[in-house]
Design a protein around this ligand. Structure first.
Ligand code: E4P
Length: 221
């Protein structure tokens, strides 16, 4: 399962990219609004920073023709750009035309297996079910993800399943178990993946024992 960061903050992307595990970034209008500034410049910086991975850039035009034109422009910003279209009739229309042009699309704002089937049927490169937001509605986001992964397996759909709206490390672990191809998560969830109290405790013990040994060797010399 590939690990993506769900952010438009270039500093967060640079930091996690240094770990060597980042394979992509997802952005959306809300994340860009948080950062302020020139959106096109922000997209270009992210595309350049994650040049080895994939960066999802979201369309904002609600109507199919305008969304298609905007999608063409977003795709032209970088070879690693993936165009996000919403799960709406206009999103499907624009998305289908973009895929026919050979542009990779990510169908976003997906909340049900039925919507995921539609995304696969237009040949989407990625489908993004929003697990956390399904949970927020007192439903089971992980169950929806498992159903989508099962349907895609049974039907032989090639669309990649991107588990989105992840809120904690167990969402990531369970997404991997369900067979998601990609998990995208905010910076705070990504940094939590690396942490374990026993790692900190074990490291502190190793450091203390190592220093003790060095001291003893020095005193014995
Ligand atoms: C994915 O592409 C979305 O940007 C994202 O995961 C939404 O997550 P949220 O529900 O935390 O806003």
């Amino acid at each position: 399962m590939r690990l993506f960061l769900d952010t438009a903050n270039i500093e967060e992307i640079r930091e996690i990219n240094r770990w060597g595990v980042l394979q992509g970034v997802t952005t959306n209008p809300s994340l860009l609004a948080r950062e302020m500034g020139d959106v096109e410049k922000a997209w270009r910086l992210i595309l350049e920073e994650v040049s080895q991975g994939e960066v999802s850039l979201e369309t904002t035009e609600p109507e199919a023709e305008a969304m298609y034109q905007q999608g063409k422009h977003l795709a032209s910003l970088g070879e690693n750009a993936i165009v996000k279209v919403p799960m709406t009739p206009d999103g499907l229309m624009a998305g289908k035309r973009l895929t026919e042009d050979g542009i990779r699309i990510n169908v976003t704002l997906v909340f049900s297996p039925a919507q995921a089937i539609l995304a696969a049927e237009i040949g989407a490169y990625i489908v993004s079910p929003f697990l956390g937001r399904i949970d927020d509605g007192a439903a089971d986001g992980m169950h929806a993800l498992r159903q989508i992964c099962d349907i895609y397996d049974v039907q032989g759909y090639e669309t990649q399943v991107l588990a989105a709206s992840l809120r904690h490390p167990m969402h990531v672990v369970e997404s991997a178990l369900a067979g998601a191809d990609i998990a995208t998560m905010p910076y705070d969830v990504f940094t939590k993946l690396v942490k374990h109290p026993l790692t900190d405790k074990g490291l502190a013990q190793f450091e203390a024992d190592w220093e003790k040994l060095q001291k003893e060797l020095k005193e014995g010399a």
